[in-house]
Design a protein around this ligand. Structure first.
Ligand code: FE2
Length: 372
């Protein structure tokens, strides 16, 4: 090989390596599996300048689904499933060997059913396997060079390398997302069982969590903080699980029953202290313990005031009160939304943090206007 050819080959390999490193850096910047898969397909499509691309992922070890699709006919793939081994994507996933069809017009492996059905014209295609520790997880399909030329060996090398660096991240992020989903649904189930002990509180904790997230968003808190506040709000009344049902539902509520109910913040905080890891419990604990504190210091169980009350508890206090005003009918006190908002505003600075009241009332009114 002449020196000039050698240099240009070297430059090509360096560019390929830089592309792979950059994509690797981008896709490890988040844990969200959808964003990672979108990032992988965009990066791969961009790296080989493809017209279209599909990330096929093996689900339940039985079929492939297109979880990230790009290209002119992308929406035609929505809802499609391939059995293991079906189509080129399925074959590549099974064999863990890439398929490189430089020119589909001269290759018998190419079946043009999709093109016939959509009007899309496939000229050149690569399908590379996604696998980790010899376990197939899917395949990555790239179609047509944007400039009208055909894919070459360098494009295949880049695609293979990108698939290799992406596979483990995709698996880890999907596991993480599924674990989170399981945890979130478990917390909602726990909260709904708690609320169901009293017919007047059905759905209360989940509604409070939605209001609390609205406030967290309005305060400009990050996604992680919003998640913690959502969970803390779901569990804010968890201490009521230790209070007998006849006390919870006492009507009218006498002084003795009230004294017992007032213990639920302490009881809930004690329960939550059993969770691990402690770093994830602190906010849940604070939400349960302090959500009946008042901004003017006249709340319970401690009598904290102002910003000594943790933010999570100040948020839940407003969300909780609003849902009690709007949804609870035990004492015939259910109010309309505007009436409830006005009552919350009247308690700004005494019961509630004025900044949080402003954010919540503003957000609810804005939503009502946009829906009208
Ligand atoms: Fe409470």
């Amino acid at each position: 090989m002449e020196q000039r050819e050698c240099c240009s080959e070297l430059r090509l390999r360096v560019t390929e390596l830089e592309t792979v490193l950059e994509v690797g850096r981008q896709i490890t910047a988040t844990l969200d599996s959808e964003r990672i898969m979108d990032g992988v397909i965009d990066a791969c499509k961009g790296a080989v300048k493809a017209e279209a691309g599909t990330l096929w992922i093996l689900e339940e070890d039985a079929y492939l689904v297109p979880l990230a699709v790009r290209g002119p006919k992308a929406d035609r793939l929505k809802g499609l499933r391939l059995k293991r081994g079906e189509g080129l994507a399925g074959q590549v996933c099974e064999s863990q060997e890439p398929v490189f069809i430089e020119d589909v017009t001269s290759d018998e492996r190419w079946a043009s059913r999709f093109d016939d059905a959509t009007g899309f014209v496939t000229r050149s295609m690569m399908v590379v396997p996604l696998f980790t520790d010899d376990r197939a997880i899917g395949s990555l399909q790239l179609i047509n060079k944007l400039d009208g030329s055909l894919f070459d060996e360098s494009d295949l090398r880049i695609s293979m390398a990108l698939a290799a660096v992406s596979a483990k991240t995709i698996v880890n992020s999907r596991n993480y997302t599924q674990q989170r989903r399981f945890l979130d649904t478990l917390l909602k189930l726990m909260a709904s069982l708690l609320d169901a002990r009293d017919q007047y509180t059905l759905g209360h904790s989940e509604r409070v969590s939605r209001h609390a997230v609205l406030i967290a968003q309005g305060l400009g808190l990050g996604l992680d903080e919003q998640d913690v506040i959502e969970r803390a709000a779901l569990l804010h009344d968890i201490g009521k699980v230790s209070i007998p049902e006849d006390v919870l539902t006492a009507d009218p509520l006498d002084a003795k029953a009230w004294e017992q109910i007032k213990k639920h913040p302490d009881l809930g905080a004690d329960l939550l202290l059993q969770l691990e890891p402690k770093s994830m419990v602190r906010q849940l604990w604070a939400g349960a313990l302090y959500h009946h504190e008042r901004f003017d210091g006249n709340g319970y169980p401690v009598g904290l005031n102002g910003t000594d009350i943790p933010l999570v508890a100040r948020i839940i206090a407003v969300a909780d009160a609003f849902d009690n005003l709007v949804s609870q009918q035990r004492y015939g006190m259910s109010k309309g939304i505007e009436e409830a908002l006005e009552e919350i505003e009247q308690c700004s600075g005494t019961y509630f943090d004025p900044g949080i009241v402003d954010v919540f009332v503003g957000a609810v009114r804005a939503r009502r206007v946009s829906k009208a």
